[in-house]
Design a binder for this molecule. Structure first.
Ligand SMILES: [Zn+2]
Ligand SMILES: [Zn+2]
Length: 372
């Protein structure tokens, strides 16, 4: 990459960021965003496919020599806020920045292509709802991808502007939903029924007494308890319990889910209530490929002078379904871009001149991985 290319790409990334920032759209309704990124990639001379899982777009840069396929992934959706009783879409998670950075990497790589293999530029719909990546996976368009790299801008207090990590360690999340079934009875004859509310309370206490390895970040919170009926002199026969579970590793998430489910069913059974337990909204934790993370760290050092160690973040990312389902090697860059007041804040702001660094890091990783 020469200085000239970087300078042109720098202006390009900021200009695109500003354009994308003006068209924030809902999950799976990223029509204008998709149109813009597709048009840009056509202009760059890439082969472009639109309509991937609805609004997704994939651009491909193929070299003359066979080699691995590496994908750079951006997300496209914005967030909905209610201000003055009106719904307003805002790019408050930086997905416009991610799309601009991946387009910037495409521009750099078109000017200075890798030696072999091919590069996919993936613009994924609906990250915030955690269902976009699975729908993209279902199209089969990524079946032949060997490696994938994602990137996310970080708040200033998490990672100072001008610094980057090659491995943002997202945790796993899952909601455990338990339906507790008892038996109705008159309030004066509780011994003839099975109180679903009492069984729920017992289950909540049991769950809160479970302990897991304190060295691995985790949390469990009862977030909802619904008891059916509006009659207060009746023994309730049905309740629903929701537990939000977070774990830094997939192994711990598995262990927590099993023990929580058992604690609920056994404590309910102690009062003769029955339980139906299901898990919903699972998103896996980050499981990166060490070699790819090393390459990413090298690219960060090349662009920024130094690289930060892997960074733990409690949030979830639907990016990790790519590794789970398609068994590809992944890495995920955290880029310090001076985000204030924070992610998912309606007044979200970032330092635009940091974005070119993201593009350069992504392009450098591709060049390094696709060497003859
Ligand atoms: Zn977000
Ligand atoms: Zn995000």
């Amino acid at each position: 990459m020469n200085h000239e290319t970087n300078l042109t790409a720098g202006h390009y990334v900021v200009e695109l960021y500003r354009k994308l920032h003006m068209i924030p759209e809902k999950a799976f309704q990223e029509y204008e965003t998709a149109k813009l990124v597709a048009a840009e990639m056509v202009r760059l001379g890439l082969e472009v496919k639109t309509g991937i899982a609805g609004t997704g777009v994939i651009g491909t840069l193929t070299t003359a020599k066979p080699g691995p396929v590496i994908a750079l992934r951006a997300d496209m959706d914005a967030l909905c806020f209610v201000r003055n009783k009106k719904e307003e879409m805002i790019h408050a998670c930086g997905h416009d920045a991610h799309s601009a950075m991946v387009l910037g990497a495409a521009k750099i790589l078109v000017a200075d292509p890798p030696e072999c293999g091919s590069v996919l530029f993936l613009f994924q719909p609906s990250e915030e709802r955690q269902d976009g990546s699975r729908q993209v996976i279902a199209t089969g368009e990524l079946d032949f991808v060997d490696e994938m790299v994602g990137i996310h801008v970080r708040p200033a207090d998490e990672l100072p502007a001008g610094q980057a990590t090659p491995a943002l360690l997202h945790g796993a999340v899952q909601i455990i939903k338990a339906e507790i079934r008892g038996e109705n009875a008159h309030g004066a004859r509780p011994h003839l029924g099975v109180n679903a509310l009492e069984a729920s309370v017992l289950a909540v206490n049991a769950v809160n007494m479970l302990h897991f390895d304190p060295k691995v970040y985790h949390s469990l919170k009862v977030t909802r308890l619904l008891v059916e009926g509006d009659t207060y002199n009746l023994i309730p026969d049905k309740a629903e319990l929701h537990i939000d579970v977070r774990a830094q590793t997939n192994t711990l998430m598995h262990d927590m889910t099993e023990k929580i489910s058992r604690a609920i069913s056994r404590s309910a059974a102690a009062l003769e209530a029955e339980t139906i337990i299901e898990t919903v909204d699972f998103t896996p934790a980050a499981e990166y490929n060490e070699g790819l993370v090393q390459t990413a760290a090298g690219a960060i050092r090349h662009v920024m002078g130094s690289s930060r160690p892997p960074l733990l973040t409690p949030g979830a990312e639907d990016f990790h379904f790519y590794a789970t389902y398609l068994k590809m090697k992944t890495a995920y860059i955290g880029l310090g871009a001076g985000v204030t007041p924070g992610l998912h804040h309606p007044d979200f702001k970032l330092e635009q001149d940091q974005l070119i660094k993201g593009s350069m890091i992504l392009a450098t990783i591709v060049k390094e991985r696709l060497k003859n």
